[in-house]
Ligand binder design. Structure first.
Ligand code: 8YV
Length: 320
């Protein structure tokens, strides 16, 4: 029977479904695999279901090839983002890689809107004030934030998630949508295409990062982009932490060069720099993008569907 490693703790129903199809080894733990575990996974299993944090680097594939015969033929990633996998190295080692687009779109867009509102309306700061017991009572000019309705949102990356954010911002908050993307898109809502990310940053009240991480997008949001933003503007990142130069972001927030930031992802997760944690004008979430049971179950089912199709000799639904 086909041997599949589920590399992380998943919702029970997903594990049951996978067990009904394959000989499953279930690594029922919350932490990423070690390098040794990943090397072994390629030697011992026909398929692996890895996720965020499992760094299948070129070195892991090379170490597996040097240690024996690579048995694995597919990495069915749980999650849409696959920047933790060296795709070129996986391909040269003969593996197919799949991901779970679609399943994550709405939940991730919801967290973007959560962070936009929390940052613009200083919700985390206000919550800390109440919890501290230091709130002195309402007054007309207390904790004034940015009124989001009718403002301009700039979206970096107009893929599925970027479009879901834009739709919410346009139809829900009457926001003007502008975006920068690899190419101009045909969209079912009004949106202005801006060629350069720096120009986009300069024009908007909220800049939202929704592009996939890759070596090309590493530190795409740097001191220049942050410097172009209005001092009243907010930055939101629901994509991957290393798209932002975190040190430059801390500088901008400390100096008040931008009004605030809402982050769901970090450059060196789960490490969040103390300097960032010390700031009041930043909202920090622990990578909650898709954190609902319903969504995690559909992501899991999608990963299992990719495995099923692959081992049935069919075309995989979600190749990367
Ligand atoms: C996932 C995400 O929950 O799907 C993604 O790429 O960013 C998250 O919402 C997590 O990263 C697992 O892939």
């Amino acid at each position: 029977m086909t041997r599949v490693l589920i590399a992380r703790n998943l919702p029970e129903r997903v594990v049951e479904e996978a067990r009904s199809l394959f000989d499953i080894t279930y690594r029922d733990r919350p932490d990423p695999m070690s390098r040794e575990e990943m090397v072994e996974s390629l030697l011992d299993f026909d398929g692996v279901l890895p996720t965020l944090g499992d760094r299948y680097s070129g070195g892991v594939f090379a170490a597996a090839a040097a240690a024996g015969e690579v048995r694995a033929r597919i990495l069915a990633n749980f999650g849409v983002g696959y920047n933790h996998i060296d795709i070129a190295a996986a391909r040269s080692a003969g593996l197919v890689v799949t991901n779970t687009p679609g399943a994550v779109t709405d939940a991730t867009a919801d967290v973007a809107l959560t962070l936009m509102l929390m940052s613009c309306r200083r919700a985390a700061e206000g919550e800390r004030l109440v919890r501290s017991g230091g709130w002195q009572g309402w007054h007309p000019v207390q904790m004034l934030g940015l009124h989001m309705t009718g403002k301009t949102v700039g979206i970096l990356g107009m893929g599925r998630i970027g479009q879901a954010i834009a739709r919410r911002a346009h139809f829900g908050f009457g926001m003007t949508v502008a975006y920068a993307s690899r190419s101009e898109k045909t969209l079912e809502f009004p949106a202005r295409y801006v060629k350069s990310a720096v120009d986009l940053a300069a024009q908007v009240d909220v800049l939202v990062i929704a592009m996939p991480a890759s070596p090309e997008t590493h530190h795409a949001v740097d001191a220049e982009i942050l410097g172009a933003m209005k001092p009243t503007a907010h930055l939101v990142n629901i994509a991957r932490g290393d798209i932002v130069d975190e040190t430059a972001l801390i500088d901008a927030l400390q100096a008040g060069r931008i009004a605030g930031a809402g982050l769901d992802v970090y450059e060196h997760e789960p490490d969040v720099p103390a300097a960032l944690r010390a700031l009041d004008n930043v909202t920090l979430l622990p990578h909650l993008g898709t954190a609902t049971l319903e969504v995690r179950e559909s992501m899991g089912r999608m990963a299992v569907a990719n495995l099923r199709a692959f081992f049935a000799g069919e075309a995989v639904p979600n190749p990367v």
